[in-house]
Design a protein around this ligand. Structure first.
Ligand code: COA
Length: 390
């Protein structure tokens, strides 16, 4: 059989067949299970969207209530997980903490392997997924308290997913407006076809390992700056620029060295990322009504997008979701290194939907390679190796 060429980054190569979400990268459209993302952000909640992603249909009131009640009642993590967290360095990145804590959850729920019957039992899989979605925000908020020497706050079952997270993060009664903004951000980040972290979900799930390994692997994949880690990089970039007058020089220098502008570009969108457009509108509305802190970084971000657009839009490179989520979270006063963990919280629903889908029609991933190493040769003992053969 003739060897086909390697496709770097598997660009354009279908890795699976999926009914969970769809991107039209030319028109700049994203839908979950057929529902356009703008309609979901305007009318739905994260809880409902999570169930839509997992089950394929918008739930009726009683199914939604059951799922929501389940999320609220499974937020607490085992005391021993907190004990593990105590031994981790407070200087570590919250994504590293999250990766470690989620993997450790598997030890307390030891379904190391899913039997055939369990894999076909949709409500069993939904329950496993719901527990993970419920606990990720708790872990992130616990860490935020613990790394500054405070005791984690108890979970609040009277608050929805986003509001409970804000409460546990800050210790203050959550502002309903901020809880709603965060809920919208969760919806926007909940799913996005076969990106790097979701591809890792497919590969890990295909071995029939437990979902904690699956999600821990996805968290590790999301952490990188080319993927979810870009939202933190955006704010660090804006801080480095420091003032609007330095934007042009910054862009010139980076682009002449062929370096990336953080929060710009996308493998699939060749026009504006619809999530970025929604976030930008939302942010401008909130800022004009005085609901955001309107730091100097906000002005730099707006001007950077304009100037970067002048240089990059003709190449199909536009601001992406991480550009605007980074700026928005900063304007909401959220600490910069929590941006990517917040992305992970939201994306857990999409990841787990793909986990379920993969289990429903599984074959282990085992691609091939084109070998480019040495041809067969004889082993030479160390004492007989010259510099040439070493
Ligand atoms: N800034 C400047 N140039 C960019 C760019 C950016 N953010 N993103 C892509 N490009 C340019 C590349 O330099 C390359 O130019 P060339 O063809 O002249 O060499 C071309 O666009 C293709 O880039 P490439 O990195 O091969 O695209 P990709 O599809 O492999 O990567 C991303 C997609 C998202 C990884 C890439 O756009 C990127 O690194 N963006 C910054 C990180 C980021 O915001 N990630 C979050 C994505 S939601």
């Amino acid at each position: 059989m003739a060897e086909s060429a390697v496709v770097p980054g598997l660009e354009g190569v279908p890795a699976t067949q999926s009914s969970i979400s769809h991107i039209d990268g030319t028109a700049g459209l994203l839908s979950y299970r057929g529902y356009p993302i703008d309609q979901l952000v305007a009318q739905s909640t994260y809880e409902e969207v999570a169930l839509l992603l997992l089950d394929g249909e918008l739930p009726d009131t009683s199914a939604l209530e059951r799922f929501d009640t389940g999320l609220r009642s499974h937020r607490q993590v085992k005391y021993n997980v907190r004990e593990i967290m105590k031994f981790l360095p407070v200087t570590g990145h919250p994504m590293d903490l999250l990766h470690c804590a989620v993997a450790s959850l598997g030890m307390f729920y030891p379904q190391q392997e899913l039997s055939d019957a369990e894999r076909e039992n949709v409500s069993h899989l939904d329950a496993m997924a719901m527990r993970i979605i419920a606990r990720i925000p708790t872990i992130v908020a616990m860490w935020e308290q613990m790394r500054f020497g405070n005791d984690p706050l108890p979970t609040r079952s009277d608050l929805n997913h986003a509001a409970n997270f804000l409460y546990m993060l800050t210790g203050r009664e959550p502002d309903p407006l901020y809880a709603r903004i965060l809920d919208a951000c969760f919806i926007l980040h909940a799913e996005h076809t076969i990106n790097a972290s979701t591809f890792s979900v497919l590969v890990t799930s295909s071995t029939l390992t437990n979902p904690y390994h699956v999600i821990a692997g996805a968290i590790g994949t999301l952490a990188g700056p080319l993927h979810g880690g870009a939202n933190q990089k955006v704010v660090e970039m804006l801080e480095e620029i420091g003032t609007p007058s330095r934007i042009a020089g910054y862009l010139d220098t980076r682009l002449s060295r062929r370096e990336k502008i953080w929060g710009f570009g996308h493998r699939v969108y060749k026009t504006r990322d619809p999530r970025a457009a929604i976030l930008k509108d939302m942010m401008e509305n909130l800022a004009s009504q005085g609901h955001l802190r309107h730091s100097h970084l906000f002005d730099i971000a707006m001007e950077l997008e304009r100037q970067a657009g002048e240089r990059l839009a003709s190449k199909g490179i536009h601001a992406n979701v991480d550009f605007y989520s980074g700026v928005l979270y900063h304007e909401m006063g959220i600490r910069t290194d929590l941006f990517t963990p917040i992305f992970a919280m939201a994306r857990s629903a999409g990841w787990l939907a793909h986990w379920r889908e993969q289990l429903g029609n599984n074959r282990i991933f085992r691609p091939t390679q084109i070998y480019s190493g040495a041809s067969a040769r004889h082993y030479v003992p160390a004492s007989q190796r010259s510099c040439d053969t070493a």
